[in-house]
Design a binder for this molecule. Structure first.
Ligand code: AMP
Length: 456
């Protein structure tokens, strides 16, 4: 990693960054900042926690004409919490750029207050699409002629939540040749098609980043047939986490886990869709001030939000859309600090973990035994894979079982006859199970060797 000094940044900006403890740019900042400083439009696929917010904030602030009391940059984020977070990231810059004016436009802030905000002629506005487009069109005549940069943050989520109509109508009001910067964790075809309107000649595709940060270790935890809440409490005792986010895909799951933690006397807070506006704000404030050790939440908190120092992410189940697993895991291991992502599973829930393994998530395996976590070399998925027998082996096995049964059968029902038959059957089954395991391990090894040879 180089230094921020290698970019064409002012001395004041370098000092502002230094004051915040930022000396070396992150990889996404290294790629984006030089282009963004030149006013180039770009699309950047970047994981959360990669430092992407500063990748656009630093060039935006650098390119502002602070003597001009005019709106020059608009940043759109899909949720109030995310918009607030971007806004908070701008605050430390004010010490170094005292005339910098930034306004936040979300439903979190009252409409009147929003209007007052506009009358001060901010240089940058940050907001959610609904409130932003309403404020900039309906009642208030804001001069948009000076806007030179538009940022769409978490564009895939903007699309998922159906916000592109608002974004479109806002975009139509902006000057023609502006710089557009789009940041998105994923870049599917549907999104790319939508983005064509925003990014044309200077389109730049920044290429794919790893979906999972290398600073996160991924683990599958076999909770056997224990209840999820019971397993959770035992897991937390076994693990001794510092700050954990606990995810469930269902409202019921979130509620039950939160109740269980409370009942166990653990210092926890809950965040999910059922909370009203005020409760949400309160929860976010408490979470950010590190008032709780355990945050039980739905996937509402799986994206964007920057909560410092989360050491463990625990998925009590997996979301139906795998993308959300990556977002969840991205809550920890931020900025190259080490983090752990734990997923509860058992024999009845192998489908999703198998899919994620197939997508390249490097899971290792644990079993939860009482209140201890025990490393499991193979894991349930491999155990099952290794005992998958070939069709003809199944046929041979069935035949041998028939023979074993016939051999132990007798005209007279002798004592112990049943047990003898069972043992004979078990012997045959054991033989074929071992055969399958050996065969599959041999295959797995061959595959691994072949892969290694290819790499060389
Ligand atoms: P983000 O991906 O924008 O959510 O940022 C993740 C975290 O990294 C935030 O807490 C930032 O304060 C922090 N951060 C951003 N840029 C840097 C940097 N160059 N050096 C150290 N930390 C940074």
């Amino acid at each position: 990693m180089g230094s921020f000094k290698e970019f064409a940044l002012s001395e004041t900006m370098i000092n502002a960054l230094k004051k915040q403890g930022y000396v070396s740019p992150s990889p996404v900042q290294t790629r984006v900042i030089p282009k963004a400083l030149r006013g180039t439009s770009l699309v950047c696929q970047s994981a959360t926690g990669s430092g992407k917010t500063h990748a656009f904030l630093i060039p935006i602030i650098s390119r502002l004409d602070l003597n001009l009391h005019r709106l020059q940059a608009i940043i759109i984020a899909p949720s109030r919490e995310l918009a607030r977070q971007i806004y908070d990231f701008t605050l430390p810059f004010r010490d170094f750029f005292p005339s910098l004016k930034v306004r936040l436009f979300t439903s979190e802030v009252g409409k009147e207050q929003n209007q007052e905000g506009l009358s001060i002629s901010p240089h940058i506005v940050i907001g959610t699409p609904g409130r932003l487009s309403a404020m900039l069109s309906e009642d208030y005549e804001l001069d948009l002629h000076g806007v030179k940069t538009l940022v769409l943050d978490e564009a895939d989520m903007l699309m998922e939540l159906g916000y592109f109509d608002e974004v479109d109508s806002l975009f139509d009001k902006l000057p023609e040749k502006i710089q557009t910067m789009v940041f998105s964790a994923t870049l599917e075809e549907g999104l790319k098609a939508k983005l064509a309107k925003y990014i044309s000649a200077s389109f730049l595709y920044e290429g794919e980043e790893d979906k999972t940060a290398s600073s996160v270790s991924h683990h599958l935890v076999d909770i056997k047939h224990a209840g999820i809440e019971d397993a959770l409490i035992r897991f937390l005792k076994a693990r001794g986490t510092y700050l954990a986010m606990i995810f469930s895909s269902t409202k019921e799951g979130v509620k039950k886990a939160y109740e269980a933690l409370k009942a166990a006397g653990l210092n926890s807070v809950v965040f999910y869709g059922d909370l009203d506006e005020r409760e949400r704000r309160k929860a976010i404030r408490a979470i950010k001030s590190n008032a709780y050790q355990f945050i039980v939440c739905s996937d509402l908190l799986s994206r964007g939000i920057d909560i410092a120092d989360v050491t463990d992410v625990i998925s009590l189940d997996l979301p139906s859309d795998n993308a959300y697993y990556y977002h969840r895991a991205g809550r920890t291991g931020r900025f190259d600090r080490h983090g752990d992502s734990w997923v509860f599973y058992n024999r009845d829930s192998l489908k999703k973990p198998t899919e994620l393994l197939g997508e390249g998530v490097p899971f290792d395996y644990y079993e939860l035994k009482g209140e201890t976590l025990v490393k499991d070399e193979l894991g349930l998925i491999n155990k099952r894979r290794f005992t998958n027998k070939k069709k003809w082996d199944n046929e041979d096995e069935a035949r041998e079982i028939k023979i074993a049964k016939a051999r132990t059968r007798s005209d007279k029902v002798k004592p112990g006859y049943k047990r003898k038959t069972e043992r004979a059957i078990e012997r045959v089954k054991g033989k074929y199970r071992r055969k399958a395991i050996k065969e599959n391990i041999r295959k797995a090894k061959n595959e691994a060797y072949a892969k290694k040879a290819k790499k060389k």
